[in-house]
Design a protein around this ligand. Structure first.
Ligand SMILES: [Zn+2]
Ligand SMILES: [Zn+2]
Length: 336
């Protein structure tokens, strides 16, 4: 099969992903073989490529995968050939450690990430345990469904962890793939939303999706926010978000890695019982619940499509903040 392979850590501007011909994977015990039709891209790929979250090399990146089941390995009976399934960041968890047993498989001691510890979606085929795949609701196209699997599922987890309640104001810092899904969820739940982001196009999309105010990261909003979610890859956002956070409010940090450290924090910004919480990975429950909710609301993500062979260029645009909505790689038979 054709796959875009990463063989070494490098700035993404060097275009380190190379198209290669590698053997087709074959499904092991309780696994399914999936023919991939689309794979979303996210900041985690940049963290992997540039070494902030080093993957197991060489690796096929990509953890927002939509495709159809080709066949099942021995012991796998959950899906049939032709079923349309999604695969998310959680590739496997042990099921036995205290975290798994306590319902926090996202914190599993043996957590393995798709496209990080196991080959992911920048390829024509992949394999995964049948327990870590999800049926994709019919109302989404393949490309539309991909961002639901990471940007959406983790955004859902961010929103739950933020503790936001109906009628309260939520602040979103950064307005990429995840935030543009979270705003739709928050509006559905009856929350007021302020969006802090650079770039006119992002602010316009925020308003179109229901933000009552959208400004730059340093601008003063019309009031305090009860909860905030920081999607930006930079450390400076943390003190900025705390400055506009209401007393007793919680700031959720949604990224896996920040490109630069959080600047020294004046304790005054954190006082008044404010909290900071990070989010690590997702559980299968997050993915499953969010897919159903997204189909019910419905949340239809805006996507910008690229060919598999354009993965480097798409990731460079993502790094520059120039993708509108979510970036998606289309994987066709010739994969050019
Ligand atoms: Zn575990
Ligand atoms: Zn992701």
């Amino acid at each position: 099969m054709k796959a875009m392979i990463l063989r070494g850590i490098s700035p993404v501007e060097n275009e380190p992903l190379k198209m290669e011909e590698i053997p087709d994977p074959s499904p092991g015990l309780e696994q399914i073989l999936v023919r991939i039709s689309a794979c979303g891209i996210c900041h985690t790929e940049l963290d992997e490529i540039e070494g902030r979250l080093p993957p197991k090399l060489p690796i096929v990146l990509g953890h927002q995968i939509v495709g159809t089941v080709v066949r099942s390995g021995s012991g796998a009976a959950r899906f049939h050939a032709g079923d349309r399934v999604g695969i998310a960041w959680i590739h496997s968890a042990c099921g036995k450690c205290p975290f798994c047993k306590g319902g926090n498989e996202n914190l599993c001691l043996e957590f393995r990430g798709t496209g990080c510890h196991a080959h992911g979606g920048c390829a024509q085929f992949t394999v995964v345990s049948e327990d870590f795949a999800y049926l994709i609701p019919e109302r989404f196209s393949d490309a539309q469904a991909t961002p639901l699997l990471c940007a959406g599922a983790i955004g859902y987890r961010d929103l739950i962890l933020s503790g936001i309640k109906k009628g309260q104001t939520l602040g979103l810092f950064g307005f990429g793939a995840s935030a543009h899904i979270v705003i739709q969820l928050a509006r559905y739940w009856g929350c007021n939303v302020f969006v802090f982001t650079r770039g006119e196009t992002h602010r316009n999309l925020a308003k179109k999706l229901g933000a009552s105010w959208a400004g730059g990261p340093e601008d003063d909003p019309p009031g305090k926010v009860h909860c905030a979610i920081d999607f930006t890859p930079v450390g400076e956002t943390v003190p900025r978000a705390l400055r506009v956070l209401e007393k007793g409010g919680r700031l959720v940090l949604a990224v896996i890695r920040k490109r630069n450290p959080i600047p020294p924090l004046d304790y005054k910004l954190l006082w008044d019982e404010k909290e900071i919480k990070s989010v690590a990975n997702i559980t299968r429950k997050d993915a499953q619940e969010f897919l159903s909710l997204a189909a019910e609301i419905p949340i239809i993500p805006e996507v910008q499509e690229f060919k598999l062979g354009e993965a480097n260029q798409a990731l460079i645009l993502l790094k520059q903040g120039r993708i509108q909505g979510a970036g998606v790689l289309r994987i066709q038979d010739e994969s050019g």
